[in-house]
Design a protein around this ligand. Structure first.
Ligand code: XMP
Length: 305
């Protein structure tokens, strides 16, 4: 396990040596890795670091507000409202991999503009040890936002948590006083809610998925899932009041896993499932039914797209 007492001052000193008097940028994703990298780098170089958070509109409920709050002490924090641009770029896109590509490209465009604007020479990244192993081995390369170093001409990339495992990063996060919600957060995919709505991404589907994911995270906390989520998987007939409606079908998924490569669907008790169902259908009139996904990985994946 990492010795946080020595790791933190050493990391700060190293970043300071690397960046010196230059400017740096970091993309904040809301995840623990980039949060810790940003906190260490800000400690090292202060406002020479511009932390950039791009609000893609594909984030979890309250995520933007949470980031604003957590990092409000950084004067140089930039929050980019790119929600409309992402929706526009995704309009008509239904293929899962194409969605990922469109999101990745749009993200780079947004970030590149901010990096130029900040006159940054250095890129700070929250790459952790397993990310390096995975990209060296060529597995799941699409899972990380790739390509950034190629589009902006950075002098160098600074990766303060490159030798740490996830649980060690969480340890450092706690040591740095980053709120529990950041330190303990379950994994959330880079393309966000876009892979939790099947087919074209629309504002309406995103709103249903966002609220349902929030309900699921809250209600399943006691099961301590590795990942729990809800996805909008289609439309079906239902009855609301005296009317037959054609509403959304929301699928709830909760899995145990070690590394996300394989996963087991969790066994959830009936009362909890019913409570989730009644909250999701109760909070949104346009949801006609809620189902629970009992499929392990393999053969299913964790996300729906
Ligand atoms: P799957 O759905 O492939 O997910 O079983 C395994 C883990 O990876 C996450 N995931 C992604 N993360 N970009 C990411 O950053 C992606 O495109 C992506 N797709 C899936 C998923 O949330 C799970 O933790």
């Amino acid at each position: 396990m990492v010795e946080t007492e020595t790791f933190v001052p050493d990391a700060i000193e190293e970043i300071d040596d690397e960046i010196g008097d230059a400017n740096a940028v970091i993309a904040l994703s809301g995840g623990v890795d980039s949060s810790v990298a940003a906190a260490l780098a800000y400690e090292a170089v202060g406002d020479q670091l511009t932390p950039v958070y791009v609000d893609t509109g594909l984030m979890r409920k309250g995520e933007t507000e949470q980031i604003e709050e957590t990092f409000s002490y950084m004067d140089s924090l930039r929050i980019v409202d790119a929600r409309e641009r992402f929706l526009e770029a995704l309009s008509g896109v239904t293929d899962p991999e194409e969605k990922r590509a469109v999101i990745g490209e749009q993200f780079i465009r947004e970030f590149e503009r901010e990096a130029r604007d900040a006159d940054a020479d250095y890129l700070v990244q929250g790459t952790i040890y397993p990310d390096r192993i995975e990209s060296e081995g060529g597995i799941k390369s699409h899972h990380n936002v790739g390509g950034l170093p190629e589009v902006v001409d950075f002098e160098d990339i600074v990766e303060p948590v490159r030798d740490l495992y996830k649980d060690e990063v969480r340890e450092v996060a706690r040591h740095l006083g980053l709120e529990e919600v950041v330190a303990e957060r379950m994994p959330f995919p880079g393309p966000g809610l876009a892979v939790r709505v099947i087919g074209e991404v629309t504002e309406e589907k995103l709103a249903v998925a966002r609220e349902a994911c929030h309900v699921v995270e809250e209600e399943l906390e006691e099961y301590d899932p590795w990942q729990a989520l809800a996805a909008v998987i289609g439309k079906a007939t239902g009855v609301k009041g005296d009317n037959r409606v054609h509403g959304w079908v929301v699928s709830v998924r909760s899995v145990d896993s070690r590394d996300g490569m394989t996963a087991q669907a969790q066994q959830i008790d009936w009362e909890t499932l019913q409570r989730i169902q009644s909250r999701i259908t109760g909070e949104n009139d346009d949801v006609a039914r809620v189902v629970y996904d009992v499929t392990h990985k393999p053969p299913a994946t964790i996300e729906y797209e």
